[in-house]
Design a protein around this ligand. Sequence first.
Ligand code: GLC
Length: 588
Amino acid sequence: MMIFKSRILCFLFFLGITNTLWYCTPEKKAVVKSETINDTTWWKEGTIYQIYPRSFRDSDGDGIGDLKGIIERLDYIKSLGVDVIWLNPIYTSPNDDNGYDISDYRNIMKEFGTMEDFDALLKGMHDRGIKFVMDVVVNHSSDEHEWFKQSRSSRDNPYRDYYHWWPAEKGKPTPRWSFFDDKGDAWKYDSITDSYYLHYFSQKQPDLNWENPKVRQEVYDIMKFWADKGVDGFRLDAFQYVSKDITFPEFPEGYEKNINKYYGMGPHLHKYLKEMYTEVLSKYDVFAVAEGAGTTFDDAHSLVDKEHNELQMVYHFEGTNVGSSLEGYELSEFKEVFTEWDSAFSKKGWISVYLANHDQPRMVSKYGSANPEYRAVSSKLLNTFILSMRGTPYVYYGDELGMTNIGFDSISQYKDIAAINGYKKAEAEGEDMDKFLKTLKFLSRDNGRTPMQWESSENAGFTSGTPWLPVNENHESINVAAQDKDPNSVLNYFRSMVKLRKENPVLIYGDYKLLQPEHPDVYAYTRTLDDKKVVVVLNFTDHDSSIQLVEAKNAVHTPLINNYENVTIKDDEIIVKPYQAVIFALQE
Ligand code: GLC
């Protein structure tokens, strides 16, 4: 089993319905019974739309997106054809890490609204046939959570063992690296009890002690509270880190460069996940996806294969690790990573497919071209890719429009703790700060967090106040209102692609086969399910190209989808324009 390549950027990485399947093709609307798929379910078939609530729509003019704002835009979301919404955390939080530091797991963040708003939002989704995934952040809480306030108050407080403490009389704790600390130190000294506490993320995100059964029971009770309200799924944040060897052994020098190997897949992780499955997941029609999946395909399978009764879907980092540097990426590596993941999961287990999220820059800036000449067409290509691979597609808000990086020049413009503390650390360590800022400008998380672009008006119709993070100036041309009216827009192409996937189970469950792995420009593959076969041809470059494929001879010349008006096929050669994306049905 291959070990995943580790390309970790320190500051960024943390940086069956039944046993049969029915499908219809758009041309014939024929209903066909699949002989090969016997493990179908809604969370494999749906397209997931991820919303960063802070940036989607502000209904009350405070500059921060909120739940009522999302309610206002549910019809828009429905119009996309997506089936599931994942919201980043909406719980009460002091917002050291924008909601990933929770101080009350049973309440809604003031800026986002009230529990009544949440209930109305969930009902609004369900009324429209949209399911909801809740972000669960329980590797750590906020230091303002009542548990932590109690825990730090005295060494014999009943909540002391809810967190990891190291008494100062034992000397300095064994070093542990922190993702967000400005010194990179995961131990923070606390004078109240003359002890250090552990925080893998910021100082305000103390790690919960999962070795304590009471902590685990608290978490299951919280999950049940939300499942009883009707949520349909859970996204488990940083979950591979929860179980720790609490003897805190020394790690070898440089371990932080391969952090998941040392922090991930702790000694009792499987035991805790089985417990969570028994206590919570098995009792509801919900699925759970864990952020991160260990360091080998075996690890990933051990977390999600059905017979283990743990989680249901892998969300890996390998795809978005490609291209996480100023040098850009090689198409060969991109193909290799996605192909290896597909083949590792072709018989068993289930993965997700995504190119962006709230921890990443905008996908078109990273994998396509933000240049106005190619922005729209390359956004369409990337959406074609996500929606034509095997695995549940996760689409990040704004990518249906082709929103781009904002690209800040000065550290004073950033709001993200990872950027701000990463900068301080790099400066203290004497790094080349010009290069650091250039990297941040291209790869920072704030690039992907700018407000949703609804209209061309001031602040893009996101807020009537001052947005918490600036709106990208290109909202004057890139926005929902303009694209809604334009039949050739990225938005309307996205809707067609979502529909195509939904109507063609070959795009959901079909076997994937990479064609011409060595082709330098074109990423081509087939998807096959029973007697249905399609070929996907994607030119990832800004120049004309062509590819010879035996499949071309059987291609139905009117493509199922095409981001240009035409495509040329001559015998076995398919000639493609810059960033052209086209899917053909193949005749038998
Ligand atoms: C996960 C989240 C990220 C957050 C971190 C700490 O990686 O995706 O946004 O900062 O965990 O909770």
